[in-house]
Structures are given as C-alpha cells and as structure tokens.
Design a protein around this ligand. Structure first.
Ligand code: UFG
Length: 328
C-alpha cells in the first residue's frame, strides 16, 4: 500500500515505519522533527512538515495517491499537558482535524490512529475494556479523545474506515538497538531509569507512594514497542481486506508497579542509583491495565515480547547505544 505516516520519525512511528518498510509498503513520512529524528526513518520518502500547515499537507496528498494514513504525530507527556493544555489541543486535536479534512478532500479512506489509555481517566475497574467509560483526567487524554470522536464521526458520515489503537505504556526498543526512544527530555519511567543507569541523570524520583496498589506506587501495563508496531501492520491488512472500523486496546493485560520496574532496571543492569520517594504527579491514575481480548480476536494479534525483563533489557541496550552515538 502507498501510505502516509505522520510522526514517523518519532519513537513509536519509527519502529512502525521499519516494520511497514520490511513488509513492502511504499511510505511517505511526514514529521516536523520536534521530538523525532531524521536518522530514525529507515524506509520511504521523508517530508519535513507540520500538520498545522494544511497547505503543505494538501501538496503532499496531491503528489501521492495514498491508500491509507497512520497518524502518530502528537505530543504525549501527561504532566506537560496539565501545564500547557493548549499545546495539546493544537498539536493533537486541531492537527488531527487538519489531517482528517485533507484525507476527506482527497478521498483517502483508511486510517490507523494512535490513541491512548489516558482516554479512560481514573477508572474504578482494574482491567479496562474498550467499553469502559471514557473520562480523561488530563488534557493529553482529552485531546486524544476529541480526536477519536472526530474520526468516528467522519467514518459514520463518509467512506472512511479506521482502527483506533489505544496504547498503554509503550517501552523497550528493537532488539538490534538500531532504533529506540531518543526523545529529548523524556519523562517516561523506563527511559528515565535507563538514563540513570548510564549516568545521564544522577537519580530519579518515584511520584507517589500512597496509592491503593500492592506497594503504594502506580501500576501500568508496559507493552513492547515491537509488539505495538506489529499491531499497526496487521491493522492495515485488516482495513485493506475490508474490515469495519474498530477501537482496540494495546496492552498485555497485566501491570507492574513503579517500584517493580525500577527494581528490574537495577537488577538487569547491575547498576544501583539513587531513587527518592516524592509526592504524586498531577494527572496520574493509580492503575491502568488493558483487557486485550478484542485486539487478539479482531486482528489476530499475538505478542512476541510479553516479558518485563525483555522490555527493560532492550531499553537498556538501546540507551547504552544511544549514549555512545551521542558521544561519538
Ligand atoms: N514515574 C515515576 N518517576 C519518573 C517517571 C514516571 O515515578 O521519573 C511514574 C509515573 O508517576 C507513573 C508511572 O511512572 O505512575 C508511569 O509514568 P510514565 O510517565 O512512564 O507514563 P504515563 O503512565 O504517565 O503515560 C504513558 C503515556 C501515555 C499513556 C499512558 C497509558 O505517556 O500516552 O502511558 O498508560 F496514556
């Protein structure tokens, strides 16, 4: 298929671009490089562009006849969204509106969209199904939920078909360490802990130790980026074969606490680093884990890396490689 990939230079997008390229798809990657890297785009044509620039987007759609779009480009940091909500409503919600408008204008009718478990907010169930009520508690989740709604409404009103993937906590890297999370000033737990191992940070904090969880710290469902990337490749095949619009959770269905993750990083690296217990971070729900039977049934998705040690191990290997590259 001829595909447009927005945000394909970013962490998740670049892993998906590689799998799509290896599967033989013809790609155009559209990215403003605000957090992504040109070197991370290993397949297809690269276009430096911003989704706010509707004119440039129209030129790209006029030049290529796309069969479908994968839309990754977004800001994704929960605490930043609390401090700077309009950045999230602009870059996530308004830019998705731009993209949908241009897709509609050019009759492109297949979309795989990166959504998030943050749309569920502070659920009172442990395991979240796609039908769990949607009640985001931070602007990031709200910005993505508004995007989901626009996509569903357009699908109802046109020939568009979509697969909305609600990601849980994405981590790890390609095992060959050629790609990984290279986001500047990353805030994600596993990335931060790996930076401590490599001496990029002197130590880290645990945000909140008084949650109602098994050890008082937040529980998240960590999913390996290669398994998530595979879900996108299968989702496209599903749409190509005429599959109906779907919303699917992407997670393994089990969670780890912040302490368990930090312990795994220390154990696998053999490096101890200072960890300070501090207060809760704004916008953090206590526990988020995915009920994933739907994605398994609809897409036939079978994970290959469902193991915290594999996730952490590949993240550590990538971080060492990334620090080496930056020094050389
Ligand atoms: N945490 C720490 N110390 C740190 C970093 C994180 O204690 O230095 C804690 C957080 O407070 C949270 C947990 O680790 O309890 C996970 O935090 P992350 O920042 O790694 O990830 P989030 O759960 O905030 O958000 C991520 C994605 C969202 C997605 C969400 C779904 O960024 O897009 O997972 O579960 F919605």
């Amino acid at each position: 298929m001829k595909l447009l990939v927005t945000g394909g230079a970013g962490y998740i997008g670049s892993h998906v671009v590689r799998q799509l390229g290896e599967a033989g798809h013809d790609l155009v990657v559209y990215d403003n490089l605000s957090t992504g890297h040109r070197w991370a785009v290993q397949h297809g044509e690269f276009v430096l562009g911003d989704l706010a620039d509707r004119h440039q987007l129209e030129l790209v759609f006029a030049r290529h006849k796309f069969d479908g779009v994968l839309h990754f480009a977004a800001n994704i940091v929960v605490p930043e969204s609390v401090e700077n909500p309009l950045k999230y409503y602009s870059n996530n919600t308004r830019n998705t509106l731009n993209l949908l408008s241009v897709m509609d204008q050019f009759g492109v009718d297949k979309l795989v969209f990166s959504s998030t478990a943050a749309v569920y907010g502070m659920p009172d169930v442990v395991s979240l199904t796609e039908d769990t009520p949607l009640a985001p508690i931070n602007p990031y989740g709200a910005s993505k939920l508004m995007s989901e709604r626009m996509i569903m409404d357009l699908s109802n009103a046109s020939s568009l078909r979509h697969v909305i993937l609600r990601y849980f906590n994405v981590a790890g890297a390609n095992p060959d360490a050629k790609l990984g999370q290279a986001t500047p000033e990353a805030t994600h737990l596993i990335k931060v802990a790996c930076e401590c191992v490599n001496g990029v940070r002197p130590g880290m904090k645990i945000f909140g130790t008084d949650y109602e969880t098994r050890d008082g710290t937040c529980i998240r469902d960590y999913i390996h980026v290669e398994d998530l990337a595979k879900a996108h490749v299968i989702a496209l095949d599903y749409l190509r074969e005429g599959g109906a619009s779907e919303v699917l959770n992407c997670g393994y269905g089990r969670g780890f606490t912040v302490r368990e993750v930090i312990d795994a990083v220390k154990r696998l690296s053999g490096v101890d680093f200072p960890v300070e217990e501090s207060g809760r971070r704004a916008g953090d729900p206590a526990a988020l884990t995915a009920e994933n039977s739907r994605i398994k049934k609809v897409l036939g998705w079978i994970p290959d890396f469902d193991d915290l040690d594999v996730i952490v191990g590949t993240a550590l290997k990538w971080e060492a490689e990334w620090q080496r590259r930056q020094r050389s």
